[in-house]
Ligand binder design. Structure first.
Ligand SMILES: [Zn+2]
Length: 184
């Protein structure tokens, strides 16, 4: 039995938990852009239920053309507006340079990949850069873009301060002023 056979068999157990058919649009109008890391169970660690959010994952949780494609469809076709980025400690993309990744692939297969791996050394800086790339994409409709780093050793999520986003502070100030009406 391969791992995939086990997964196909496990679907039988899932049927007991299956919540039933739900609307295609994510109920909480949020999209999560996250690393593919196997230690981040995004729904559990963010308090999300089935049907609540779009989850866009790749190596590093970096903002690529395809991340932006998915966000555009999430927002324009399916109504999401908030975007939260989830990077994490001990990421595979901290462990090599772009050149080393390309060299490794080429050494093993004889083919140099056409893409850049997008490795990084400073996870907070990469989160801020990702926030900037999403904010500055003119065809998106994001109302709120925030970034976090998940500590795989403790399970704790830390928000990355984004000094380059004064308009976000203003937006948060505004929502605080309305907080009494909204009870938040
Ligand atoms: Zn990672």
């Amino acid at each position: 039995m391969t791992e995939i056979d086990r997964m196909l068999a496990a679907n039988e157990a899932w049927l007991d938990e299956f919540p039933g058919d739900l609307p295609v649009a994510p109920a909480r109008e949020v999209a999560v852009v996250a690393c593919m890391d196997s230690r981040m169970p995004l729904f559990g660690m963010l308090g999300l239920d089935v049907g609540d959010a779009h989850v866009i994952r790749n190596a590093g949780g970096v903002v690529t053309e395809d991340t932006l494609r998915s966000l555009a469809i999430s927002q324009h076709v399916l109504g999401s507006r908030a975007v939260v980025l989830v990077h994490h400690t001990d990421c595979g993309l901290n462990k090599a340079t772009d050149q080393e990744v390309a060299d490794l692939v080429e050494r093993t297969t004889g083919h140099r990949p056409p893409w850049v791996a997008r490795t990084f050394t400073d996870v907070d800086a990469d989160v801020r850069e990702s926030i900037r790339l999403i904010r500055e994409t003119p065809y998106l409709l994001s109302t709120e873009v925030r970034g976090t780093v998940y500590d795989v050793a403790s399970g704790r999520l830390r928000e990355v301060e984004d000094p380059a986003a004064p308009h976000l502070s203003e937006a948060r100030g505004g929502s605080l002023q309305q907080g009494q009406e909204q009870g938040s």
